[in-house]
Design a protein around this ligand. Structure first.
Ligand SMILES: Nc1nc2c(ncn2[C@@H]2O[C@H](COP(=O)(O)OP(=O)(O)OP(=O)(O)O)[C@@H](O)[C@H]2O)c(=O)[nH]1
Ligand SMILES: [Mg+2]
Length: 302
């Protein structure tokens, strides 16, 4: 009789890609599951630009979630990079969470099924269930059930109402491969402090300026001096146009001060250190349409 080696391992571990349309609630879901604010979140769509691993320990399992940008089709090179990030995450994972707000029509799900060409196993997560009635939710669940031969499980959740967490984690663990843990169980993310601080500044930009500016802006962390109890950070906000720079700075520097203060508060909460943040704004026309400048911002096609 053959001996199944996996039965000797009593731990589980694996990569779980979290995908869905922009604004579906992916990053919010992961912060909630981790119990820590790690990924940037915004009311505005297309907030996440790059994959981010968020590690959650549950029972005997190490779940390495991969937050991804929302699935959308825009021609600009930065947007193509974002879609490339989704494909990478889907191609490299053990399991996918497809996340859709309960209100959504199933078009996004059908689109996802097309993208999942390698037919990786997936769980459907219905998010923001607090936005619909029980009756509506039941109707929606039945619509998804017409596809039940395609998914492993369907789990409704609401972060706002703190509902569905245990059920979701149990379903994920059930479908993870047996494996030794892949990272130190204390680790929350594989992102560098540089990337986390960058996202905190980007989140503050999304919160404080409107129209196209958040989409035509990015952040470069120039320098971090890590001292005992204090991080000194220099960062540049890069934008496309002079007029956008003027808005980002604001009258008498009020807007840039607000962005800086909001970001500093997030950084201090995260690192438990005092933060000195020096923010500059520079204009680099065409940065989001050029492979080289995208690379300089940390967006490498690989
Ligand atoms: N009512 C309600 N709103 C939610 C819930 N989860 C997330 N949201 C809101 O949905 C918006 C989008 O959340 P994100 O987590 O940034 O969504 P995302 O899918 O990561 O978006 P992209 O990164 O742009 O693809 C934010 O305003 C969240 O506060 C929920 O359970 N209920
Ligand atoms: Mg996101």
């Amino acid at each position: 009789m053959s001996h199944d080696i996996s039965s000797d391992i009593n731990t589980k571990a694996g990569f779980v890609a979290v995908v869905g349309r922009p604004n579906a609630g992916k990053s919010t879901l992961l912060n909630w599951l981790a119990g820590e604010k790690l990924a940037m979140v915004s009311k505005k769509a297309q907030a996440t630009r790059k994959r981010m691993n968020i590690i959650v320990m549950y029972e005997n399992a190490q779940i390495i979630f991969v937050d991804t940008p929302g699935i959308h089709e825009k021609e600009r090179l930065l947007n193509r990079f974002m879609l490339h990030e989704v494909y990478k995450a889907v191609g490299d994972c053990d399991l996918i969470l497809f996340l859709a707000p309960a209100k959504d029509r199933l078009d996004h799900y059908r689109k996802f099924l097309e993208i999942n060409t390698k037919k990786r196993p997936h769980i459907v997560v219905l998010s923001k269930t607090d936005e619909v009635s029980d009756e509506y939710l039941l109707k929606k669940i039945n619509e998804y059930k017409t596809y039940q031969d395609r998914f492993l499980a369907l789990v409704p959740v609401s972060v706002a109402k703190n509902r569905g967490k245990e059920e979701l984690l149990k379903q994920i663990v059930k479908h993870l491969p047996s494996s030794a843990w892949l990272y130190d169980p204390e680790l929350l993310t594989t992102s560098s402090i540089r990337d986390i601080y960058k996202e905190m500044i980007r989140e503050s930009i999304f919160d404080n300026v409107s129209d196209e500016i958040p989409y035509e802006t990015d952040v470069v962390i120039e320098k971090i001096d890590e001292l005992p109890g204090l991080d000194k950070i220099e960062a540049t906000i890069v934008t496309e146009k002079k007029s956008q720079k003027l808005i980002l700075v604001g009258k008498g520097g009020t807007t840039i001060k607000r962005i800086g203060r909001d970001a500093r508060i997030k950084m201090e909460q995260f690192s438990d250190k005092k933060i000195f943040l020096d923010l500059f704004v520079s204009v680099k026309s065409g940065w989001s349409k050029n492979k080289k400048t995208l690379g300089e911002m940390g967006y490498h096609f690989d």
